[in-house]
Design a protein around this ligand. Structure first.
Ligand SMILES: [Zn+2]
Length: 612
């Protein structure tokens, strides 16, 4: 789980204690319809929130709203979501059937509308003092016209609006909305009797008072949410919004479940009835009645449309959130511009990428189970000699042109190829001119798919590693070239071969472990940072991968960033690549497809020779 700072840290911690892994994603710019978003499925529970660095740049009142919305999404994970899949599936099944023939998406919308004030009530019970912040936020929505009375088109909308406004106004003490609630209530009474509306009020109260802060386990969440659904189903029935052809079977099974729920809820219900009788709605004042009358009488062109699922369709009326999204977009753009100027990756992108971003490249952990490095000791790649001789000619021409002292250099170079140390005074003569020098990184995919345990010879890592090692070794002998080999997997990058590091193949092999995911973006970004810090003029990054990155968008963004900084990025697809994956990188950078692994070595040297 990503550790989140700020006022919601204890909510994240509480979710973690319920054994749910939560991914908190940072989102660049929120869609106009959402301030935060959650996926309430236990095996991929997720809260999407705006980037912390961008939020930090925003005015304090907007920051407050976004924090509050993030808290709301956390509350869904705690009190709406069952923590294990079995209970979750039961809950979803109940959601599909509780209302009989009412379309599930309509029913879900009603469920959301009443579930929101319920979980907010629990949250406020748990964290005293949160209610004031929430009330203020609702008031801001009201001022922006997002959560206010509008003329409705039909009974369904009318009931939605009434539940929305009444839930928010009454239970979060937003008195400024009382005239709006009254107007919506009187609209509803055009369709149903006052007695029915009173019953709806009491059902809403029952819903909001269901559950306690400690009810976070699967069984309690299932029990509580099913009770909420029963209440909603009854409201719809009271208003005749359940379809007439509701099947007998549904009614029966619903009846049984309801009974069960009612039993488990009996304690709560008793309390509810008590507080309901103590807490009956105050009579509207004459002023409120007059306000409500004028709201209802206003000309229709000023009226928006109500069809408001608070979690999914806020965009339809979310002026306040649109403003926030706009401010957020500006903050993100500003951070991006700053990053571009400094040649770094913006903190917003860093948050998105998560993991070990910007951390040190770690030394590799050997994997003794897989490699038997002894048998690999004598590896001699064929392309090496070819490449060396081509290099000798090319580099010699260059150097003689630049320095005019070819003979001395040639001696030093051949000494180096023979594995002897180059005398330091000889090297000094051939120091990099401003206009040349090469820095090369070979970035190897170390995801699980690179290895084939059943058949090690076919394993892609076994093909990739010797070639990378031999290139690294070859380039040790070439002046004005730095070369590293790195790997990426999980959320980490590792250095396999450092610059100027002379190690036997077996040592290199012992450092390469193929396990985990494919965070290509991290591998590319880490390499970019290293390449930019090195002296050569030409920068080459060979990314060797066998397929889809964990997130193609991120990988492409990383490639674009690296290319914009003057790095020549080549994606080398070892073992072939699907058209879909290939199309992601086409037009972004050079791609080399190597379906036949026997051709991998030559393909790599060919790419290298084009640049060096
Ligand atoms: Zn919600």
């Amino acid at each position: 789980m990503s550790a989140r700072r700020g006022e919601n840290a204890c909510l994240y911690e509480r979710i973690r204690l319920t054994d749910v892994i939560v991914k908190a994603y940072s989102r660049d710019t929120m869609p106009s319809g959402a301030g935060a978003y959650s996926v309430c499925v236990p095996n991929r529970a997720e809260v999407d929130v705006p980037s912390e660095s961008a939020v930090a740049k925003m005015p304090p009142e907007m920051r407050g709203i976004l924090n509050r919305l993030e808290g709301h999404e956390c509350a869904h994970l705690l009190w709406t979501m069952c923590k294990d899949m079995a209970a979750h599936e039961k809950q979803q099944q109940y959601l599909m059937t509780a209302a009989g023939k009412v379309m599930p998406d309509h029913f879900h919308k009603f469920f959301n509308i009443v579930e929101d004030p319920r979980i907010e009530r629990i949250l406020c019970d748990w964290k005293q003092g949160m209610e004031s912040g929430f009330g203020e936020m609702i008031e801001q929505f009201w001022q922006a016209g997002d959560m206010a009375y509008v003329k409705t088109q039909d009974m369904e909308e009318c009931l939605q609006l009434y539940l929305l406004l009444a839930g928010r106004c009454r239970y979060h003490h937003v008195d400024v909305m009382r005239a709006d609630v009254l107007a919506a209530r009187q609209d509803l009474m055009q369709y149903v009797s006052e007695k029915v509306v009173d019953r709806i009020d009491s059902l809403l109260h029952d819903v909001v008072m269901t559950g306690r802060p400690e009810d976070v386990d699967s069984a309690s969440v299932l029990r509580n949410t099913c009770h909420v659904m029963d209440c909603v189903a009854e409201m719809l029935k009271l208003c005749g919004l359940d379809a007439v052809d509701q099947s007998q079977q549904n009614q029966q099974s619903q009846g049984q479940d309801s009974q069960q729920n009612q039993q488990s809820q009996s304690q709560d219900s008793q309390q509810n009835q008590q507080s309901q009788s103590q807490d009956s709605q105050p009579e509207p004042t004459a002023e409120e009645q007059a306000d409500a009358d004028s709201l209802r009488a206003a000309p229709p062109e000023n009226k928006g449309q109500v069809n408001w699922d608070p979690d999914q369709r806020m965009g339809q009326g979310g002026e306040l959130l649109k403003n926030i999204a706009e401010e957020l977009g500006k903050a993100v753009a500003q951070l991006q511009q700053e990053a571009d100027r400094n040649g770094t990756v913006s903190p917003v992108v860093q948050e998105q990428w998560g993991g070990s971003f910007g951390g040190e490249c770690k030394p590799h952990k050997p994997d003794p189970d897989y490699w038997s490095p002894k048998s690999l000791k004598d590896y001699h790649p064929q392309g090496e000699q070819l490449f060396k001789s081509r290099l000798v000619g090319k580099v010699l021409r260059q150097t003689s042109f630049n320095t005019g002292s070819i003979r001395k250099w040639g001696k030093a170079y051949s000494a180096s190829v023979m594995g002897r140390q180059i005398p330091s005074d000889a090297m000094r003569k051939f120091r990099v001119q401003q206009d040349h020098g090469n820095d090369v990184d070979i970035v190897l995919d170390a995801s699980g798919s690179m290895r084939d345990k059943s058949c090690p010879e076919k394993s892609r890592m076994l093909v990739a590693l010797p070639v990378a090692w031999s290139i690294h070794k070859t380039l040790l002998a070439v002046p004005h070239v730095t070369c590293r080999v790195t790997t990426y997997s999980f959320d980490e990058t590792h250095v396999l071969l450092k610059q100027h590091e002379r190690v036997p193949f077996s040592t290199a092999a012992s450092r390469y472990t193929a396990l985990g995911g494919t965070p290509t973006h991290l591998g590319i970004t880490e390499s970019m940072q290293s390449l930019l810090s090195r002296p050569g003029r030409n920068k080459l990054m060979l990314v060797v991968t066998d397929g889809e990155a964990r997130n193609d968008d991120w990988a492409v963004r990383a490639v674009r960033t690296a290319q914009a900084r003057g790095i020549h990025v080549i994606m080398v697809f070892i073992g072939g690549v699907s058209k879909t994956t290939r199309s992601v990188y086409d037009g972004v950078c050079d791609c080399v497809d190597v379906p036949d692994m026997a051709g991998f070595e030559n393909a790599m040297y060919r790419q290298l020779a084009q640049v060096i």
